[in-house]
Design a protein around this ligand. Structure first.
Ligand SMILES: [Zn+2]
Length: 407
């Protein structure tokens, strides 16, 4: 019994040390082994052993670096990012995106397929597996080294069993083992997560919360939800699911939400809700500059807001107040350093953000509000970067690294 525990601990320490060394090289390289040893607190011999394994895998490479003092060249190490490729899948409510991205975040291909409505889970799974199989063989023909697959879904994912418990467009009778089916097909590690939570993780790795310890990302798209980063880690909680602030009631007399309640934030500020509101205004005979019933989409609406269309400016000020009302509670609970807003709606941030800030000042603790920056996400590839972040996390915490070293 005792021996078993000891073995597990040794493996865990090995995994943690390997991950620490890789992460330092990935984030700070070119870096020398001595610097890695100093920064990690690991003995030089351990660093040498770990880097030998990473070199064998090709995940890092040696580069000669000129010393600034002149004279002898010192050997530094950097992470090798170009050769390693991740297969990324974003399963949405109406479409699926399948892409390949290397560790340097360069997209090799990205394809979007519309999903049929009224599909059973089994039909959808077969459809996905077929497209994944095709994408994989295309990558293999081009000699890429594929290391893992990342999937994000707009549903509840149980991280312990790697299963999907709830998907908005599907009637799941039992947990959906999609990750397991993909793993069996491609024979590679598969990481699955909620799309907005994964996006918050991506923002903390590659975006505006990189230097931030505690932050919240509010995603406004088809749905409205948040991802929370605490102490630089994605906060999941013991129930795995949290951040569903889009289902907070802000208008008791509002429309019925798909969750069953009335007047949730999502029924007012989601892309569809905004487009519907503007369409209603137009149908009533109101005039909005540049927006017609034919081109009534969020892009043209935001453009009209930015041009100062009085009716739409007023609408967006009201939307800002609703968003601020919900974010005020988040600020009081979490006291984050930054709140990031993600989605097309941020195109109209010059009107929207002052309205949100005004609501925050009126509704949250002023000390907390003063120290919380509100910014718009500028992450590229916001459809697939979350799935990539799940893989990056597994490399940085050693989970994936261990699997690669075992092969
Ligand atoms: Zn709701």
């Amino acid at each position: 019994m005792n021996q078993q525990i000891q073995i597990v601990n040794v493996d865990f320490v090995k995994q943690a040390n390997g991950a620490l060394v890789y992460r330092l090289i990935d984030q700070l390289g070119p870096i020398s082994r001595i610097q890695v040893s100093e920064m990690s607190g690991l003995a030089a011999a351990s660093v040498t052993k770990i880097t030998r394994n990473l070199l064998r895998l090709g995940l890092i490479k040696e580069v000669a670096q000129q010393q600034s003092t002149g004279g002898r060249r010192a050997t530094s190490i950097v992470a090798e990012r170009q050769n390693f490729v991740c297969l990324l899948i974003r399963l949405g409510r109406t479409s699926v995106t399948i892409a390949a991205m290397n560790l340097a975040t360069e997209v090799l291909f990205k394809r979007k397929y519309q999903l049929q409505t009224e599909q059973t889970v089994e039909q959808l799974e077969q459809y996905l597996l077929e497209h994944i199989r095709r994408s994989l063989s295309e990558l293999q023909q081009n000699d890429y080294q594929i290391i893992a697959c990342g999937i994000t879904v707009p549903g509840f994912v149980d991280q312990k069993s790697n299963t999907i418990r709830f998907m908005p467009q599907l009637n799941l009778q039992k947990p959906w083992k999609l990750a397991e089916s993909i793993q069996q097909l491609i024979q590679l590690p598969v990481f699955i997560g909620h799309d907005v939570r994964a996006l918050a993780l991506a923002e903390s790795y590659f975006g505006k919360t990189r230097e931030t310890s505690d932050s919240l990302l509010l995603r406004i798209h088809r749905g409205v939800a948040a991802g929370i980063i605490l102490n630089r880690e994605l906060f999941s909680g013991s129930k795995n699911n949290l951040g569903e602030i889009g289902h907070t009631q802000v208008d008791p007399l509002g429309k019925r939400c798909k969750c069953g309640n009335f007047g949730c934030l999502e029924t007012l500020v989601s892309n569809q809700a905004i487009e519907d509101s503007v369409r209603e205004l137009l149908q009533q005979g109101h005039h909005c500059d540049g927006v017609t019933l034919q081109n009534c989409n969020l892009d043209t609406i935001c453009a009209a807001v930015n041009q100062g269309d009085p009716l739409l400016v007023e609408l967006f000020q009201r939307l800002g107040k609703y968003i601020g009302q919900v974010l005020a509670v988040c600020i009081n609970v979490l006291n984050p350093e930054k709140i990031i807003l993600s989605g097309q709606i941020t195109q109209a941030k010059q009107v929207l953000f002052p309205a949100i800030e005004k609501a925050l000042q009126a509704m949250a603790l002023s000390d907390f509000v003063q120290n919380t920056a509100l910014e718009a996400s500028e992450l590229a590839h916001d459809d697939i970067i979350g799935a990539f972040a799940l893989i990056k996390r597994a490399l940085w915490n050693g989970e994936l690294l261990v699997q690669l070293l075992e092969d």
